[in-house]
Design a protein around this ligand. Structure first.
Ligand code: PRP
Ligand code: URA
Length: 209
């Protein structure tokens, strides 16, 4: 079974509660998702490896810690992943970006692929896949399959809200991919929505519906 980290920081939980509220406006929802992504990003990057580099401060030389290895990749599952992506890029501006176009077929709840663009050297990089919602996990499992199929071996999955059913399916399908989330909710309803949840993340971000 893969590892699942619930980021229970009070600021994350407070912002998430505002996002869940159906009265929260599109503008506030987007701003909160960006703010929360900074806090989640702090956790998902917590154990990145460091090396040292010799620098000179105004006073002396020192061996200063810097990130080791190639620039990491944020892989955004469209559309709603872009809400997390923006904040994460504020945190790690030099990161590379992959875009994975997937939507859920409303009847079957299967993920349908419509776009994929990623750096070619995925095998050498840590890939952090971002999507606010892990419901049935069909989208997340497909996104990871696509990335692994293009060579990625070192992956993490970051979301805002997960359903227990989705966490189980995802960790069984990809036990090597750690999951980070702000909350694991109660259940999925018959239409595949997370309950209590926050509704359709893409619609709430972009004011569609
Ligand atoms: C939402 C969400 C995830 C997916 C999760 O996207 O952003 O990608 O549903 O559900 P699953 O775990 O059951 O696959 P949606 O398909 O609604 O597309 P959108 O972001 O373009 O609205
Ligand atoms: N996708 C969403 O945006 N919300 C859910 O509750 C489930 C899937």
């Amino acid at each position: 079974m893969g590892t699942v980290t619930v980021v229970d920081h009070p600021l994350v939980q407070h912002k998430l509660s505002i996002m869940r509220d159906k009265e929260t406006s599109t503008a506030s929802f987007r701003r909160l998702l960006r703010e929360i992504s900074l806090l989640l990003g702090y956790e998902v990057t917590r154990n990145l490896e460091l090396t040292t580099k010799t620098i000179e401060t105004p006073l002396t030389k020192m061996e200063a810690p810097v990130l080791e290895g190639k620039k990491l990749v944020f892989a955004s599952v469209l559309r709603a992943g872009n809400g997390l992506l923006e904040g994460l890029l504020d945190l790690v501006p030099a990161a590379r970006v992959a875009h994975i176009g997937l939507y859920r077929d409303h009847d079957t709840l299967e993920a349908v692929e419509y776009f994929f663009k990623a750096p070619s050297d995925l095998a050498d990089r840590l890939v952090i896949v971002v999507d606010p919602m892990l419901a049935t996990a069909n989208s997340a499992i497909s996104a990871i399959n696509m990335l692994k199929g293009r060579g990625a071996t070192h992956l993490r999955f970051l979301c805002l809200l997960a359903a227990p059913e989705g966490v189980k399916r995802f960790t069984e399908a990809h036990p090597d991919v750690p999951v980070f989330t702000a909350a694991i909710d109660d259940h999925l309803n018959e239409k595949g929505y997370i309950v209590p949840g926050l509704g359709d993340a893409g619609d709430r971000m972009y004011g569609t519906k």
